[in-house]
Design a protein around this ligand. Sequence first.
Ligand code: MBD
Ligand code: FE
Length: 311
Amino acid sequence: MSVNVFDSKEVQQLLAAAVNLNSDEGNPRMKQVCHRLLSDLFKAIDELDITPDEVWLGINYLNKLGQDGEAALLAAGLGLEKYLDIRMDAEDKEAGITGATPRTIEGPLYYAGAPVRDGMAKLDVDPDADAGPLVIHGTVTGPDGQPLEGAVVECWHANSKGFYSHFDPTGAQSDFNLRGAVRTGADGKYEFRTLMPVGYGCPPHGSTQQLLNVLARHGNRPAHVHIFTSADGHRKLTTQFNIEGDPLIWDDFAYATREELIPKVVEKTGGAALGLKDDAYKSIEFNVTLSGLVGGKDNQLVNRLRAAATA
Ligand code: MBD
Ligand code: FE
């Protein structure tokens, strides 16, 4: 069957009717976007001769994806979240904004409401026999290179099983385990005392991995640490760094790796005096440079549904 009906009057009228295009009511932006996306889908069905069986396979996949709560995970895995970063990077380039720490994707596993500490926070609440101590530290500076006082650095990462608290399928972790926030003092410095993470893997029986399997792709990330940094008068930065040496660094299923986001891991001793679980520990310096507001605004602040503790 190779028919082409997309350009017919009947189909074009159907598309217009489906989004109520010829009415002044409804949300114009949503109508515009729905019309375009639906049109692109219809066109693809026509041009690729996508069969009814294939369409229903896709529809049922969407139901399963929602049931699994994995739509945001799939967005990361299909490069959609990376694509949004590429677009924001291009916007910044066009606006001549340079010099800040590069952004990289947030991912779906942030959990709002971690307590904010001054200067230093200990993130590990639960013991983890397979994870060694890690200190993450750095200085937050503005575009002029001066340290920023009162900046808030938020950090979240996985445990030695690659699981995040609140999203741990084994239910083993306390609510804010391996999550925390620090407010900088006049020196702009922050420090997190925590445990070394291991890379995340998609739930093996979830719909994201199901699709990745069909594409002959894996669903794993290298070990990484997420960082949000905000400060008055600056744009909020969403970034991560990878743990140097992880074999998946350049094979991240979510495409978050960037050359500038692979800090050195330094072996240190003296952990006992810091209250770490071993005297030998690893230390990572990750400095953050924020960009200034644009026209007095954070023009790239991303609003998305984020998990939060319910009071
Ligand atoms: C993660 O930990 C993550 O950071 C992303 C982007 C996707 C899935 C799990
Ligand atoms: Fe992550």
